[in-house]
Design a protein around this ligand. Structure first.
Ligand SMILES: *[C@@H]1O[C@H](CO)[C@@H](O)[C@H](O)[C@H]1NC(C)=O
Length: 222
């Protein structure tokens, strides 16, 4: 009985990877500049992060700016949940991301974290609304020889992601699945430009790989 349950959980996790891994860590990074413990920066950052977590209960994207007493105390924050996440899952994901950012970026002025289901970023430099095509994380399957049939389906999926429009895009061709997501502060044009860049890099950097992940500063394609 216990083994049957374990087996069915195992198969569930095989066939529903997107659902079971919403909280999986993809990347995280922190700015070099630190703030002083107990400073206004710290309390402003805490209220900013609380605002992000609260907002994720009703919106899949939001941005906040908190102004302190001086110019240097302004902190900008943003989050974006993957477009297919229901609200309770979005809130859970953003809460997890924020709780992982605290130990990861202890006393850093800025930090960013991407989980499977959501992205969170804050900094006291201005970045909201700006496009950012820096490659933050990429992963390609080990090359197993070039299979023209698979690559044809990959190219079809990537082309459909490129032309789908919107912040969240999905595409599929037989066994090949694709997903792309922009952060919601990007305009339609900037999102399109970012996704086009991610797709182009997947093709060049991941060559004949059967899967690839390309995470840029404000968008990704997989
Ligand atoms: C960010 O905050 C740190 C620490 O208070 C400060 O040294 C830095 O100049 C600030 N940066 C900006 C762009 O305000």
């Amino acid at each position: 009985m216990a083994i049957a349950l374990l087996l069915s959980l195992f198969f569930l996790s095989l066939f529903h990877p997107l659902h079971s891994s919403t909280d999986s860590f993809i990347y995280g990074g922190c700015s070099q500049i630190k703030y002083s413990p107990g400073s206004p920066y710290e309390s402003n950052l805490n209220s900013l992060l609380t605002s992000l977590v609260n907002s994720a209960t009703y919106s899949s994207y939001n941005k906040y700016s908190i102004s302190g007493s001086t110019q240097q105390d302004v902190i900008n924050g943003i989050y974006q949940c993957r477009g297919d996440l229901a609200m309770p899952d979005c809130a859970t994901c953003v809460a997890r991301a924020v709780s992982q950012l605290a130990p990861l970026c202890s006393q850093s002025c800025g930090g960013a974290l991407q989980l499977e289901g959501c992205f969170v970023k804050y900094d006291n430099t201005s970045f909201i609304g700006d496009e950012d095509k820096t490659v933050v994380m990429k992963k390609c399957a080990p090359s197993a020889g070039y299979d023209p049939a698979v690559m044809g389906r990959r190219d079809a999926v990537l082309a459909s992601l490129g032309s789908a429009g919107g912040l969240y895009r999905v595409g599929g061709s037989a066994d090949v699945e694709g997903v792309a997501q922009c952060v919601g502060d990007l305009s339609t044009g900037k999102c399109q430009d970012c996704v086009t860049e991610a797709i182009g890099r997947l093709k060049t950097d991941c060559g004949g790989a059967v899967f690839g992940d390309m995470f840029l500063g404000k968008c990704y394609a997989r």
